[in-house]
Design a protein around this ligand. Structure first.
Ligand SMILES: Nc1ncnc2c1ncn2[C@@H]1O[C@H](COP(=O)(O)OP(=O)(O)OP(=O)(O)O)[C@@H](O)[C@H]1O
Length: 814
């Protein structure tokens, strides 16, 4: 469930009823007492010295009983620096620009003043929306909501989480009753624009968490439009680990004489002191080797690994998973469905040892407990991103370590950027014996699995594309990267060719991934059903099963071959030796009996040196068991067949003289490599054709389905029209003549910039701003088809959807 409505707490503070009083008397007395308390509280806040250094504990603050008891019950006692500085000012009604290191407790610094403000205003359900908290990602919004539920348990306000993932209508019904909303910007804007009766004119307080991110280009339009709807006479609190006092930003938010509270300015570094920061210089083609070696040496740890794009995450995750490092792997990208994302977040949060491959979707704010290591395989785009990523470890008072992998070409530039932010980082070197080249394994995996190879190619292209679009050319130098080596390191048979479109578009597109990471995060990726496409999809969902839908997704077999099995597509497939071991086939072959000189009718089968008589069904069944068969079989020898069909051992030694006659060994080696490379390329072409064919088939199926659905719909509406005209019975809620029932939905902003193009909903062909050299005819349908694709959101064993939804719902509401 994407939105969750909940009362933050049960009625009032602890009840103190006196049994002998009449109910009415007790109520009047209580009201009076509450009024007195409120007056005292207001006075105490007026008198509060906001610069006082005496405020150490939450009990030193003038807070209402409901908040104090909520904090106590959540085991918060002592204020952190940012809390001690920001809360008193915020209680006094000041606008705040708060900047403090990651993990320093900024969430409470805005939640406490928010609850207090509504309490002092005696906010009730009839007053509507009193406070709005905007977060750049869904994960962060969920987390803030959880903290709010904990500390607000004794308040009576209702609070909701608006992050998409459900139909706009479902959310809209609940919005009107909410006092506090935690939301992502795009989704909130949709409601403000489209939800009739959703009134924000009373809003008392606006909070922007990770404000610099929310204010940057990716969210600019959404946030500006959102602010337009809000009343100017409100208090505004902005918090982030990395913040600037950009005048234009402040003007956009109409902050009134804001107080700038920056805790880490006094400290020497912008990152937590309990965080050890290192970097290793490793050439791009060796980064995955380094990562593999690192994971293998730290199996008893909790690790987050950052990559710059979802495709790299998927490739690394899929490849490493197959190589079985010996610890649970998870992956999290913006394109996964909301339930899956929440489930993965939950799993990683609860895991003792695990490694999470992720994009920057979890770089900010997400509070995973006890993360030991943050590894950045791809260089972050700037120092701020670096700070946020490493901030996932060493949270609050715990320790943590971070390692940044830098290509030699990135070293100088990036270190300069980190130095400017006073980030203490030290070089380390990977021990020689810990280096584990995995190129050969990846090559073999890619050779065996075209899907993995396809992911690898995509990962390569996205990586190169991201480097090309990076603004900081002092750090990111495309020409200095060994791209051929990188492609080979990913196990690819050749280096994908990429052409870049020059011009202004590149700049715009640079912002696209950032927007996608987050607004894709918030609303786009799960086809909420708010858009026309969403509605269509919903209808389809009703018809098709979960497994069918999963199987229709491109690359689905990369992530979940078991779904294919569930669909029965693999029914005839065996694990390579099926034909050889199939007893049934042997038995049905009469010739075998004849050749064995047996009477037709008595079945025998020859397994290795033993000849077995099949005299009963039971024995026949038993022989279907591979285990049983293996018992009778000799250990196999691997043979290769020449063109004439003669078998040879894999390695056949020629005598030395013959060998010498063939020419110099180096030349022979060269020839051999060339022939093999040719074979690989040929196989690659075949793979491509196969993929092309599959895509075409899928498209045809899709079209066919759509046609059938359209026909069915047309038939249904004809029937319905006839029925309504004739009998005047119950009518469906259809719009009046000429009205387009989907007009409203069509007007919704479409999320046309996705992190992962494979998962975009069907749409017009995006303007290409780069293309691969081999983007021949067969490349085009692929792009088109990608439009219809969805992400496989599951990275774990198949569980049913209801389970997942229940788990996600459990996260959002008890
Ligand atoms: N006063 C406190 N006493 C004890 N623990 C606290 C206190 N305040 C916050 N924490 C804990 O510190 C951790 C980090 O808090 P929080 O998520 O608010 O940090 P943050 O500054 O928002 O980090 P980021 O910049 O990464 O978003 C949380 O686990 C929270 O429970």
């Amino acid at each position: 469930m994407a939105t969750s409505k909940m009362a933050v707490g049960t009625k009032g503070g602890p009840a103190k009823e006196k049994p002998r009083q009449s109910k009415k008397e007790a109520k009047t007395l209580k009201r009076k007492r509450d009024q007195d308390d409120l007056e005292k509280l207001r006075l105490a806040i007026e008198e509060l010295d906001s610069k006082s250094t005496e405020i150490k504990n939450f009990t030193d603050l003038p807070l209402c009983e409901a908040t104090t008891s909520g904090l106590r019950a959540s085991h918060f006692e002592v204020l952190t620096d940012i809390q001690a500085r920001a809360i008193p000012l915020a209680l006094k009604g000041r606008d705040i620009l708060g900047a403090a290191k990651t993990g320093s407790g900024k969430t409470l610094a805005f939640l406490i003043p928010m609850l207090e403000k509504l309490y002092r205003e005696q906010w009730t359900e009839f007053d509507g929306l009193g406070a709005l908290i905007i977060s750049p990602t869904r994960e962060l919004a969920v987390q803030i909501f959880e903290v709010l539920r904990k500390i607000g348990r004794n308040h009576t306000f209702s609070a909701g989480l608006v992050i998409g993932g459900k139909s706009l209508k479902d959310e809209a019904e609940r919005l009107g009753r909410m006092n506090i909303l935690v939301c992502t910007p795009g989704r909130m804007l949709q409601h403000l624009d489209q939800t009739a009766g959703f009134d924000v004119t009373n809003l008392q307080l606006l909070v922007l968490d990770e404000a610099d991110r929310i204010m940057d280009m990716g969210f600019q339009t959404a946030v500006d439009a959102l602010i337009e709807h809000l009343p100017k006479s409100r208090q505004t609190l902005l918090f982030s680990a990395t913040q600037t006092k950009t005048v234009s930003d402040l003007a956009r938010l109409s902050l009134k004489d804001p107080e700038y509270v920056a805790v880490h300015e006094e400290a020497t570094t912008a990152t937590p002191a309990n965080l050890q920061q290192h970097y290793i210089v490793t050439a791009l083609p060796e980064k995955l080797d380094a990562l593999w070696g690192f994971i293998r040496s730290n199996l008893k740890s909790k690790i987050i690994v950052f990559f710059s794009s979802g495709k790299q995450v998927r490739f690394a995750y899929e490849a490493f998973r197959r190589m079985q490092p010996g610890m649970p792997l998870l992956h999290l990208i913006g394109r996964q469905k909301q339930v899956a994302r929440l489930e993965i977040t939950r799993r990683f949060a609860m895991a003792k040892y695990s490694c999470l491959f992720a994009t920057d979707v979890v770089a900010r704010g997400v509070d995973f407990p006890a993360v030991d290591w943050v590894i950045q395989v791809d260089c972050p785009e700037d120092a701020d991103t670096y700070i946020h990523r490493v901030g996932r470890t060493a949270r609050y008072e715990s320790k943590g370590r971070a390692v940044l992998f830098l290509d030699p070409s990135e070293e100088e530039g990036m270190l300069k950027r980190l130095e400017q932010k006073k980030i203490p980082i030290q070089a380390i070197r990977v021990r020689e014996n810990k280096k584990k080249p995995i190129k050969d394994q990846l090559q073999s995996l890619c050779f065996q699995s075209p899907d993995l190879k396809y992911l690898g190619q995509k990962a390569f292209v996205t990586y190169v594309q991201s480097i090309y679009l990076q603004k900081d050319k002092e750090v990111f130098k495309l020409d200095d990267l060994d791209l051929d080596g990188y492609a080979a390191a990913l196990g690819l048979p050749g280096t994908p060719q990429i052409k870049f479109q020059k011009g202004e578009d590149a700049k715009k597109l640079k912002n696209a991934p950032r927007y996608n990471l987050s607004s894709g995060d918030e609303d786009s990726d799960d086809g909420d059903g708010d858009t026309e496409g969403g509605d269509k999809k919903k209808k389809k969902d009703e018809v098709r099963t979960k497994y069918q839908k999963m199987a229709e997704r491109q690359n689905q077999d990369v992530l979940s071959s078991h779904y294919r099995k569930l669909l029965g597509e693999d029914a005839g497939e065996d694990d390579g030796d099926g034909d050889f071991l199939s007893v049934k086939r042997v038995l049905e072959d009469d010739q075998l009996d004849e050749a064995a000189g047996k009477k037709v009718g008595v079945k025998t089968v020859k397994l290795g040196n033993s000849e077995l008589v099949i005299d009963s069904h039971r024995r026949e069944k038993l022989l279907n068991s591979k285990k049983k068969i293996a018992k009778y079989m000799e250990k196999g020898k691997k043979l290769v067949f020449d063109d004439d069909g003669n078998a040879h051992p894999v390695y056949e030694l020629t005598n030395e003289q013959d060998f010498k006659q063939q020419g110099p060994a180096e030349k022979l080696r060269q020839q051999f490599v060339e022939t093999e490379a040719g074979k690989v390329k040929e196989a690659d072409v075949e793979d491509k054709e196969l993929a092309k064919k599959r895509r075409k088939e899928k498209r045809d199926r899709q079209k066919q389905r759509e046609r059938e659905e359209a026909e069915a719909e047309a038939a249904a509406s004809e029937e319905e029209e006839g029925g309504a005209g004739g009998g005047g019975g119950a009518r469906l809620d259809t719009p009046s003549d000429g009205e387009d029932p989907l007009a409203l939905l069509r007007s919704l902003p479409t999320n046309d910039r996705y992190e992962d193009e494979q998962d975009e909903p069907p749409k017009k062909k995006a303007k290409k701003w780069f293309q691969t050299d081999d983007s021949s005819e067969d490349e085009r349908p692929r792009k088109k088809q990608k439009g219809g694709k969805k992400v496989i959101e599951m990275d774990h064993e198949p569980e049913n959807l209801q389970d997942l939804e229940a788990l996600a719902a459990g996260l959002l509401e008890d």
